[in-house]
Design a protein around this ligand. Structure first.
Ligand code: NAD
Length: 366
């Protein structure tokens, strides 16, 4: 898309957001944008992404799109949280500094708790600890510091829990044993998904652009596949755990699976791809429902002491949420990606109807 196209796209999304903050502190090398999309359900939770954007328009479009996605994810997960996001413009390999994250922390603090930060692509728990020197409104700190830690193990556990509900719905069976799964991406989440699947007796094929991520999984019993062809492997479940937009016109007709269920955000290039999966009889487990384990885990540290066992049980309820999505899709005669959107939107609409002032929960008392 051209720059002008991006700007138009960003402006369309802009009107849906409650607040967008440009964070600029040249002495700290900080250029960032915080987007608060919707706080109807509670403070806007969303991670800090650090990335080398080609232009400021790209960064703005990304943060607006991601913040909106967080509203849907947090709503569908039943959390008392709205959606927000931060993007830091810069190279996470070379441009991180204490000054930068402290400056960002002060901007987060200035929002007074309307926005709750967390780690995301390009940032780590170590960065979150620096942000925490300037604000209380940061989540995902290490467990020994009272936080819920790295979210990816819980995201992986949630994906596998969701897979159980999806194979049952698709008529593959009610056990993962013997089920053939093709996992794209062997990173933090994908690697965890593969390990859980192997432990459950599934037959796993895995690919990554880095062989050293795949090799340890092959040693555990997985089969390696070519990254460019993983989506076309004949299997029961295709599990995108790397990049977004992997279901697109060139790939959707090549899928040879019965279920798509993975961790990657924005797996569908657009809604038309959800329709195409539906038309082919492939069951899609909507990404923002099945990959919510990380935010559910963060929800477990808010207002109470974090307990990993309780968090794991909460994450397993992703299977129930997916069953509700599948039931709604059937009842409404729509593909699952639309049913998931409707469930998320209805929860927000009900909360808004009960309390029409969107900022009432965020004002200081008195
Ligand atoms: P990660 O960076 O640890 O892993 C991604 C892996 O995908 C890397 O190993 C990378 O080499 C690989 N990869 C990149 N391009 C590939 C390709 N074309 N084919 C195969 N492999 C490829 O990231 P992660 O934390 O594991 O997250 C994976 C996905 O899940 C992302 O889309 C992320 O947004 C999403 N997600 C993550 C979490 C979480 O808790 N980490 C939560 C929700 C959603």
């Amino acid at each position: 898309m051209t720059g002008a196209g991006y700007t138009r796209g960003a402006l369309r999304l802009f009107h849906e957001h409650e607040q967008v903050v440009i964070c600029h502190e040249p002495e700290a090398g900080l250029r960032a944008i915080i987007a608060v999309h919707d706080t109807t359900l509670g403070p806007a939770l969303g991670g800090i992404r650090m990335w080398t954007y080609a232009s400021d328009e790209d960064a703005l479009t990304d943060v607006l799109r991601l913040a909106r996605g967080m509203t849907y994810k947090n709503s569908a997960a039943g959390l008392p949280l709205g959606g927000g996001k931060t993007v830091v413009i810069g190279d996470p390999r070379t441009q991180k500094s204490e000054l930068l994250f402290r400056a960002l922390g002060r901007f987060v603090e200035s929002l007074g708790g309307r926005y709750l930060a967390a780690e995301d692509v390009g940032t780590s728990t170590a960065d979150a600890e620096i942000v925490a020197r300037e604000t209380r409104h940061i989540t995902g700190l290490p467990v020994e510091k009272g936080g819920s830690g790295d979210p990816s193990p819980m995201t992986a556990w949630g994906v596998v829990s969701g897979m159980r509900a999806a194979i049952e719905e698709a008529g593959v069976g009610d056990r993962l044993e013997g089920v053939r799964v093709a996992v794209q991406g062997a990173g933090h989440v994908g690697g965890g998904v593969v390990r859980h699947l192997l432990a459950a007796g599934a037959r796993v094929t895995v690919s990554d652009i880095y062989a050293d991520r795949v090799d340890p999984l092959v040693a555990l019993g997985a089969q390696a596949a070519d990254p460019v062809a993983i989506h076309a492997v004949e299997c029961d479940i295709y599990s995108p755990c790397a990049l977004g937009a992997v279901i697109r016109p060139e790939t959707v007709e090549q899928l040879r699976c019965r279920v798509v269920a993975g961790a990657a955000n924005n797996q569908l290039l657009d809604g038309g791809m959800g329709d195409a999966l539906h038309a082919r009889g492939i069951l899609y487990a909507p990404d923002f429902v099945i990959n919510a384990g990380g935010v559910i885990n963060i929800g477990e540290e808010l207002g109470q002491a974090y307990d990993a066992d309780r968090a794991r049980r909460s994450v397993e309820r992703i299977a129930d949420t997916l069953r509700a999505v599948f039931a709604r899709a059937k009842a409404d005669g729509v593909p699952t990606h639309i049913a998931a959107d409707r469930l998320a939107e209805e929860r927000i609409a009900a909360a808004r109807a009960a309390d029409p002032d969107p900022l009432s929960g965020l004002r200081p008392a008195g």
